[in-house]
Design a binder for this molecule. Structure first.
Ligand code: PLP
Length: 432
C-alpha cells in the first residue's frame, strides 16, 4: 500500500526520463507529447541544467528572501529581462503558477493602494480561463469542473465572455469578434464602475480550459488600450504560454502588447525546479516602492534561478523558440491531415507547439459528448496504452461537457518523434 496521497488512482512509476521519453518501471516507454502538463520545454535529462544546479547547490541552499539575494538570482533576472515584454521588468520568483498569479493579483491591489485609489478592488477575468488552484487564482478562473466544489468560497471576480474561435460567443462571428469582446469588457467596466476595477487578467492564448485558443485579429491591442484608458492594470497569465511554447518568447509577443504585470511558470525552469515568476513593469515596481506586503518562505529560491538560467541558455543556444514556430506549423498540418476527418474530431488547433484536439459527438453542430462518456479520459488512456502521453481537459463546451486533449511536446522534439505523435494519435482515435 502506498502512503502517498496521489492525484489519480493508478500512477505509473517512472524510473528515467530523457529527451521526449519517459520510462516506466514496467519496461514501458512513453512519448511525452504533452511535456507533462506543458512544462518540459527543453526535454528531460538535460546535462547542462543538471550541472548548473549541482554547481549552485554546492555553495548555497536556502536563503531567507527578506534578508538575502544571490548572484545566481540577480544574473538570471538580468538575463531574462530583455526577453520579457515589459519595460524595466522586476521579477518576483515563486514556486509555481498559482503562486505567481496570486502574487500578480496582490501586486495590482498594492499598486492602487499606493496611488491612493483604495476603491479599485475588482478583478475582471474571462469565462473558460484557468489561472490556478489556490483560492484567488481559482476565483479569477472560469474553469467550472475545478471551481464547482469550492463555489461557496469563490465569487469575488467578475467575468467577461471566453475568447474562442471554435465556439465564438460573438453575435457578429466570424466578423468583428475582437470589437465584440472589447465591447463586453467596456460594458463590464461601466457596470462595475471603471474606478472600482483593479485589473483585467487573461491568458494571451487560451490554455488548458479552451485548448490552445488564439484570439481574433486585433483583440489584444484594443483590450490593452481600453484598460489603459480606464486605469485598469493589464495582467497577462503566461504560465502555459511563456518561454517559447507558442513560437515566441511570450504568447503576448504575437500581438505586440506590453502588460503591466505578467505571471509565468511551467517552462521557466522547464520542469527542473518548481518555479513561477510574477513580473512587475518598472512603473508598477517603482509605485510599490518597498510597500508590497507579501511573501513566501520559498520565494526567490536561488537553486530555481540556477535551473531557470540554464533552461534560458538552452532555449537561446538551441534556437528553440524559433524551432517551436516551425515545428508547430508542421505538426499542426500533419495532425490535420491524419485526424482532421475523424468522426470524433471537431477541431485541431493551436500555435507553435501548443496544440489541441477537441472531440465532438457531431461535427456539423459541434455538439459535445455528454460528460458521462468521459471521452477525454478514454482517449488519454487509449493513447497511453499505445505509448503516447497527452494532457486531457474537460468542460470546454459549456463548463461540464466538452472534451479535448492538449499536445505540448518538448521544443527539442525531432521530426521522427513528431511523426510518432501523429501516428499514435491517429491509431488511438481509430481504436476508440
Ligand atoms: N495559469 C495557467 C494559464 C495555467 O495553465 C496554470 C496551470 O496549468 C496555472 C496558472 C497554475 O499553475 P500551477 O499549476 O503551477 O500552480
Amino acid at each position: 500500500m502506498s502512503h502517498v496521497f496521489h492525484r489519480s488512482p493508478d500512477p505509473i512509476i517512472a524510473v528515467k526520463a530523457e529527451g521526449c521519453w519517459i520510462h516506466g518501471n514496467d519496461g514501458a516507454t512513453y512519448l511525452d507529447a504533452a511535456g507533462g502538463a506543458v512544462v518540459s520545454n527543453i526535454g528531460h535529462g538535460d546535462e547542462g541544467v543538471l550541472s548548473a544546479m549541482t554547481r549552485h547547490m554546492a555553495t548555497l541552499d536556502y536563503l531567507h528572501p527578506s534578508v538575502f539575494t544571490s548572484v545566481t538570482l540577480e544574473d538570471y533576472a538580468a538575463a531574462l529581462a530583455p526577453r520579457l515584454p515589459m519595460d524595466d521588468p522586476r521579477v518576483f520568483p515563486t514556486t509555481g503558477g498559482s503562486e505567481a498569479v496570486e502574487t500578480a493579483l496582490k501586486m495590482t491591489r498594492a499598486y492602487h493602494l499606493a496611488r491612493g485609489e483604495e476603491e479599485r478592488v475588482v478583478i475582471v477575468s474571462r469565462e473558460m480561463s484557468y489561472h490556478g488552484n489556490t483560492l484567488w487564482a481559482l476565483d479569477v478562473s472560469g474553469r467550472e469542473p475545478l471551481r464547482r466544489p469550492y463555489e461557496p468560497w469563490l465569487g469575488r471576480s467578475v467575468k467577461v465572455p471566453a475568447v474562442t474561435e471554435y465556439r465564438c460567443p460573438s453575435s457578429t462571428h466570424p466578423d468583428g469578434c475582437a470589437q465584440w469582446h472589447v465591447d463586453r469588457l467596456d460594458e463590464t467596466l461601466q457596470r462595475v464602475g471603471p474606478g472600482r476595477v483593479a485589473a483585467f487578467v487573461a491568458e494571451p492564448i487560451g490554455g488548458a480550459t479552451l485548448g490552445a485558443a488564439t484570439p481574433p485579429e486585433g483583440y489584444w491591442p484594443a483590450i490593452a488600450e481600453l484598460c489603459r484608458r480606464h486605469g485598469v492594470l493589464l495582467v497577462v497569465d503566461e504560465v502555459m504560454t511563456g518561454f517559447g511554447r507558442t513560437g515566441s518568447w511570450f504568447g503576448i509577443d504575437h500581438y505586440g502588447v506590453r502588460p503591466d504585470i505578467l505571471a509565468t511558470a511551467k517552462g521557466a525552469a522547464g520542469g527542473y525546479w518548481p518555479l513561477g515568476l510574477a513580473v512587475a513593469s518598472g512603473e508598477v515596481h517603482e509605485t510599490l516602492a518597498g510597500g508590497f506586503i507579501h511573501g513566501f518562505t520559498f520565494s526567490h529560491f536561488p537553486a530555481g534561478a540556477a535551473a531557470a538560467h540554464a533552461v534560458l541558455d538552452r532555449l537561446v543556444a538551441g534556437g528553440l523558440v524559433e524551432a517551436a514556430a516551425t515545428k508547430g506549423e508542421w505538426l499542426l498540418g500533419a495532425l490535420r491531415d491524419r485526424i482532421g476527418d475523424s468522426p470524433l474530431v471537431g477541431d485541431v488547433r493551436g500555435i507553435g507547439l501548443l496544440l489541441a484536439v477537441e472531440l465532438v459527438a457531431d461535427r456539423e453542430t459541434k455538439t459535445p459528448f455528454p460528460r458521462s462518456e468521459r471521452m477525454a479520459e478514454r482517449l488519454t488512456a487509449t493513447a497511453r496504452e499505445l505509448g503516447l502521453l497527452v494532457y486531457p481537459s474537460t468542460g470546454c463546451a459549456d463548463g461540464t461537457d466538452g472534451d479535448l486533449v492538449m499536445l505540448g511536446p518538448p521544443l527539442v522534439i525531432d521530426h521522427d518523434e513528431m511523426g510518432l505523435i501523429v501516428d499514435r494519435l491517429g491509431k488511438t482515435l481509430e481504436t476508440m
